[in-house]
Design a protein around this ligand. Structure first.
Ligand code: URA
Length: 183
């Protein structure tokens, strides 16, 4: 069994899919490995690729603010993505790329053992909850899988594109805050 530090070193030379060809940095994930809650996005964007850190661009800054609104700091939670390398022009990762990368996320989850997983956006929810999930319809609903409570919500980029969705996202975040208090 590798530690989270060891696996984050191993993944730096990963070449299991074509996304390795153009990446500047692998974006493994970061945060508190003893946390009760993980936030999982889709894949690194430009800023994340440049820095090697998840959710540090505009969408990430919004996520950080949303966490603060429910009294959480980034250091209190763990933040990761479905794929660890940036898809070109931020396209949605292809299924074959996700299939190659998912074992890393599973490994992270198995070490961190969160009680709550928040899926940020459709790609995350599709691979973690169910393939036919619709964020607009299914967001805000808790799914129980094994030991995990899983909540799909909007990706922060979707909130930047359409601020009218923020009201629902805020309901979801209050919901997360309440669940965290109970667990
Ligand atoms: N969008 C994501 O899904 N993940 C990031 O890390 C940044 C933007």
């Amino acid at each position: 069994m590798y530690s989270i530090e060891e696996i984050s070193e191993i993944i730096k030379t990963c070449n299991k899919c074509q996304l390795c060809n153009k990446r500047k940095n692998v974006v493994f994930g970061e945060g508190n490995v003893n946390t009760k809650i993980m936030f999982i996005g889709e894949g690194p964007g430009e800023e994340e690729d440049n820095t090697g850190r998840p959710f540090v661009g505009k969408a990430g800054q919004l996520l950080t603010k949303m966490l603060a609104a429910i009294e959480l700091k980034r250091e209190d939670v763990y933040i990761a993505n479905i794929v660890k390398c940036r898809p070109p022009n931020n396209r949605v990762p292809f299924e074959e790329e996700v299939v190659k990368c998912l074992p890393y996320l599973r490994y992270q989850v198995s070490i961190i053992k969160p009680k709550i997983i928040v899926c940020l956006g459709a790609t995350s929810a599709k691979y973690i909850i169910k393939s036919d999930i619709r964020i607009t319809k299914d967001r805000g609903i808790w799914y129980k899988k094994g030991n995990f409570y899983i909540l799909p919500t909007y990706h922060p980029s979707a909130l930047l594109r359409d601020p009218s969705k923020k009201k629902d996202a805020w309901e979801d975040f209050k919901n997360i805050r309440e669940k965290l208090k109970m667990l």
